[in-house]
Design a protein. Sequence first.
Length: 273
Amino acid sequence: MKIVSLQPSVSVILDRLGCLDSIAACTKYCLDVVPALRERSLPMVHDSWSTHPEELLPVPADLVIASVPYRQESLTAILRSGRPVLALAPKTLAGIYQDIRLIASIVQQPERGEALISDMEAQIAAVQTRTAALTRPRVYCEEWGKPLIHSQMWVRELVQAAGGEFIGEPGATTTEEAVAAADPDVIIAAWCGAGDRVPLERMVKNRKWSGLGAVQNSRVYCIADELLNTPAPTLSQGLQALARAIHPGVFGAITSPHGRQIEEFVAITSKLK
């Protein structure tokens, strides 16, 4: 089974299943979350948001697997390639587990799939146990900055597991004024495609958020995109990042990053006070 992977989440799942050899082509973003793919010289294709049928046609593959986010135009392009297509659209952790099971069955690794799911569930349960009796800071999580978009439902589930209260409606747009009115205790920026490079100081200054409690207490963070926006086993590391941001006294303080290691975050500096 040869697979064209149109999202990093697909490549991560195949990697954790021990099935990297199944990948016939992938996106440049897959290389960031699965560095081993860099050594394979695979054909590069655009992701599920911007795929062209012309680039899929030459790739010898049995299946194209796409996942959120989509556009109508990109879905049309994927279907025009004439290849069998599996289109994934998880919204919750339960949906992500189902996608892992489905991909594991396709590559004939159902036991490894169940092991991956069990490991994720165990890590989430362990964090929930440690935060069960703690106070629950109010957390604003942002997936995109123009317009402002709240992080997805599975991020809300992870925030709750990490001992926080998720502000707003998952996946919905919001405004600078609405966030300011909510006055969150913690602000998390995890912009799609931005890695860990969200400009936190400029973000706060341009939105006139300097008086918010999260800013005054230096509780504004960037968590790397692939840790929260990729519906895959990497969410376990995103959970650890959230737990550190929300309850640093229990899970350890946030530190400034050096390079792009998987558990890196950026804390906004005290000069914004």
